[in-house]
Write a protein that binds this ligand. Structure first.
Ligand code: FAD
Length: 403
């Protein structure tokens, strides 16, 4: 049951990443207030890029921050340009320049993660962000959530949103812990300074080189001042699921030995890469329990092969804020509604992202040749319409009418 302050529930958001800040921003837009508790002493993102697909751009526009983001973002002309590992033969490419806005009303951008976090921060009141607050426990006392932090502070809230990422503490209060499975894959990520990047990597394109057991994606970010590299390869014994594990350029190069020389040159120009294992997590059966819910990677971590994890966190935030605003007297019911609106879509994205690894990593042979032929007959921009055209307000309209 909601606490005494029924009109303006006290909402605690654990985690100040893209999902947590988006939640605070959408709550504010809906006339509610959330306090973000972030463990780090400053809001920061890793030095890496992100694709902002039309479904995310639409919501950033609604928050009033897309214009500011566009000052540093790169507007892509070409998306998902699949190339053969050995010689760069183009297998398939999305024509974003002429079709993306026409089909989905928004463009596709690439950004540096820190730039996205910065613009989201402008949509959240400064005093709604508490830094250096690592949540260590969440208890329900007579149904009311109480958060504990590592500095000894406690905070009571009417509603708790766990936006605390893949190792979520809040998740333990919602559902049984499920161990993550070892995926056998690891990800390398690195930035290449723009002035060291070959011109083909500075095109306004999201390029994917696919080959046996591996693939590599690159695109320019920060107005072309850097090129973002992210690559997937067999993990060996590496099992660190973290953004902080370091690797060397030599280790990165070894993975792509024998690939198209343009690609090898690009990797050689990279700054110190990070490497971490991708752990495999099945969709959770539930995200909410009473007044506690999850959002973003805490709820639905996914392989990044559709570049949709952050976009889904932003969509979650938009739907969650509306559900709470429309049912402020009964948060548990509002959270159940949020979960039922969001869980099927994010589970589908988890599944298709999972399946993409096998497709991208086929060994050369009949299966690979059939895949490459099928690329020619499909337009991924249209095939992915269910991802890009999603609008939370539209998705809630028929459901709201039925309810
Ligand atoms: P996080 O970004 O993990 O943020 C969680 C926050 O909570 C952090 O700030 C953390 O410090 C804080 N926190 C954690 N524990 C606590 C605690 N106990 N107390 C307080 N604070 C805590 N998505 C896209 O949309 N497009 C892409 O192109 C894309 N590319 C990707 C490429 C790679 C290689 C990977 C791995 C992911 C990619 N994603 C992409 C996915 C995207 O990065 C994530 O889905 C997104 O960052 C999730 O945001 P989040 O806020 O849910 O979690």
């Amino acid at each position: 049951m909601l606490g005494p302050n029924v009109e303006t529930p006290k909402i605690a958001i654990v985690g100040g990443g893209i999902g947590g800040l988006a939640a605070a921003a959408f709550l504010r837009r809906a006339g509610l207030r959330g306090t973000v508790y972030e463990q780090a002493p400053a809001l920061k993102e890793v030095g890496a890029g992100l694709v902002v697909a039309p479904n995310a751009a639409r919501l950033l526009r609604r928050l009033g921050v897309l214009g500011r983001l566009r000052r540093s973002a790169v507007r892509l002309d070409v998306g998902w340009e699949f190339r053969r590992w050995q010689d760069g033969t183009v297998l398939s490419a999305e024509d974003l320049a002429t079709a993306c806005e026409r089909l989905y009303g928004e463009h596709t951008y690439t950004v540096h993660r820190a730039e996205l976090l910065d613009v989201l921060k402008t949509a959240v009141p400064e005093d709604a962000i508490r830094l250096g607050k690592r949540c260590t426990a969440l208890e329900l006392r007579d149904g009311r959530p109480s958060l504990r932090f590592d500095d000894g502070e406690r905070a009571e809230a009417d509603i708790v949103i766990g936006a605390d990422g893949v190792h979520s503490v809040v998740r333990g209060a919602v559902t049984e812990p499920r161990p993550a499975a070892y995926s056998g894959l690891c990800a390398f990520r690195a930035l290449v300074p723009g002035d060291r990047a070959p011109s083909f990597a500075l095109r306004r394109a999201q390029t994917l080189w696919i080959g046996p057991g591996r693939h590599l994606v690159h695109y320019p970010v920060s107005g072309g001042r850097a090129v973002n590299l992210v690559a997937f390869a067999p993990a060996g014994d590496d099992s660190v699921e973290s953004w902080t594990a370091r690797a060397t350029v030599e280790e990165f190069l070894l993975e792509f030995d024998g690939w198209d020389p343009r690609l090898v040159d690009l990797v050689r120009a990279a700054e110190t890469p990070g490497r971490w294992a991708l752990l495999d997590r099945a969709p959770l059966p539930r995200w909410s329990r009473g007044p506690v819910t999850l959002l973003g990677d805490a709820a639905h971590p996914m392989f990044p092969f559709f570049a949709q994890g952050a976009a889904q966190a932003i969509e979650d935030a938009a739907v969650l804020a509306r559900c709470l605003a429309e049912d402020v007297a009964d948060p548990a019911r509002a959270l159940r509604r949020y979960e039922s609106l969001r869980l099927p879509r994010t589970s589908r994205l988890q599944a298709v992202s999972h399946a993409r690894a096998d497709v991208n990593h086929l060994p050369d042979g009949p299966g690979q040749r059939a895949r490459d032929r099928s690329f020619a007959g499909t337009d991924p921009l249209v095939g992915n319409a269910w991802i890009y055209e999603y609008d939370p307000d539209a998705a809630m309209a028929p459901e709201a009418g039925a309810g």
